[in-house]
Design a protein. Sequence first.
Lengths: 292, 423
Amino acid sequence: MLLVNNLSKYYGKFCALKDINLEFDNGIYGLIAPNGAGKTTLIKMLTTLIFPTKGEILYNGTNIVDMDDEYRDILGYLPQDFGYYKNYTPTQFLMYLSALKGIDKNKAEKKIKELLELVAIDDVADKKMKKFSGGMIQRVGIAQALLNDPKILILDEPTAGLDPKERMRFKNIISELSRDRIIIISTHIVSDIEFIANEIVMIKDHRILYKDSTSNICKSIEDKVYETEIQFNDSHDFKKKYISLSERQEGENMKIRFICENKKEIKSTWAKVNPNLEDVFLYEYNDNLKEK
Amino acid sequence: MNIKKYEIKKILSSPIVIVLMAIFIAFNCLIISENSYCGKELKVLNKIVDKVGYKIDDEMLSNFSELYNEKLNKVNEISSKKYNKTYKSIGEFLDENQFDMENKNGKLSKEEKQFIKEAKVIESYYILIDKFQSAYEKIDIRKLAEYSIKSYNLSGKAAETARKQYGKFEHRFNELKNNGEYKNLFFIGETYKMHSFLFKDIFTKIIYEIMIIMVLATAYIINYEFDNKTHLIAYSSKRGRHLIKDKLFAAIAVSLIVTTIIMGITLGVYFIVFDYSSLLNVPISSCFNWEYGEPYMSWWNMSFINYLFFIIVIVYLCELIFTMIAFVISKSVKNSYVVFFIFAIILGIGIMLPSYMPSSSRLIFASTFTPFTLIFNPSLRFMESGPLTTFKYYEVITIGAWSAALVVLSTICIKKFKTQNID
């Protein structure tokens, strides 16, 4: 079990994260927050790249900083900005990372072959990565995170650059792996984790806003999400009053999904809909959604 | 393949390291070939040594006299046949027949010219034995000390210390004179200047070339993960921040490899062009090894091969010191070229430092105990080398102190890196 205990991180006077308390058991956790909320800071502390100003992170009761290489041995990490050696082939690059992860050469060769097949880039295993597309590089990144069969897998924006087919393959791989390990996925693409994550962690203003199942989080805006059709000319005034979640054209009109917090304003022409995670995300981080 | 080998491979496959090594080796070979014109004359000394030995004593002088007279007689034989005249010396013959010696259509055959040229070289050594020996006997270390102190404008405590050091060197000089260490044949210093060519020109180039490569290579490998944006996965792996130790190890190993390749090839070419085969055991303090104001006089009785060995050791150790300085800079600066620039500033300050020190204070001596002054003129290492560096253990103290300081600094950098945030 991974326990985040009263964690705070300050850069001088700037507070990046404050009093974070989290608990991770085996399963998938979706980490959702807008840019600058402290998501990457939390991930970097979970990967021991940066150190807390206050608080601690415990794995099975031991501070991960004290565990040192013992902790990193069970860690798999895909950073948001995944770097690679352009003149290496995926096999060469993964062999190097295997050495860093302390994996025996023969074992690594076998594992790399398996992983490259799993992420479907085995056909370019011996081609230099400088000619790879963003999606192919991302798949190399996913493969490297899995090299040491990690007990804790942390993926920062893992689906960036992947096409829909690859995203589906990724979701399947992750669901398969989640049985016996902690998987933390940070993403902007809510739909990627909505249905596979056991729990969602939302960070707002450098603090934890929610840590709950998708359905429980969605309950927070139950009875507040509606859909209706309005004329294009009225949309400006409408969006001034309500938080628009999505819009699409329907013939001459506009179909709008929105939040109405005042029950007295509800109109009979509006259809109440079940909120999804994206609605919560947009509602909670709605700073610029209301038109001025 | 273990991590260290991967890191070494990264440096050695770097285009800048490969290209610079090729350019520097080619440059060194060019310098050697430009000076190869005296190679044939230098071979003559090996022939002399093979016949009469290099140690100048009564037996050697008698054998040398015999050898010389044999050559002179042969030259006179040729001369009487071609010019109906004999000479007291080969030099006299050459003065009169210089035109024929240089003229393709003259009276002398190619073989005869070659023989006469060789005989002249033998004559030069024969004649110079007396000249150098008597000049050596006249060397006065105290006068030399006063002259050096004056030329460096030393006064007060600095002058006192210099005098004291020269006093110590005087003991060594007397030993050198009494044990006959200087009475040995070697290439004529004032004519060929082989000591300064090898130990100053060639070695200085070698040292600076390797230094340039190693500063760039060290900065390159230390910042490699940051440059490739792989730092987040590399430093969160099991090896984690211990990787920096592997990188330092790789930089040190590459320093040894690059030093071996550049110095090995350069010296290999040098000794193919210039024949030292019979002179390897000649003491470096030979009176023939006298190029400028005073002869090269070493603190210890060292043969040429011993001296060469110790200079090679100095090169290896200095390159390791430079590699470690580059490591310490690279831990604070992420750009390889900025690291190089900072290193160049430190080098410049190191070289200029003694000239900014008060010439009456002992601080002026402390300012010379740096690897930058140490490599400034390798031909004077382990020698009487002027008032500022004529300390018996100058090289040992400088390298020892800097190595120890850099080991401490590197350890601090490694420990600091362990607790540093990696963004």
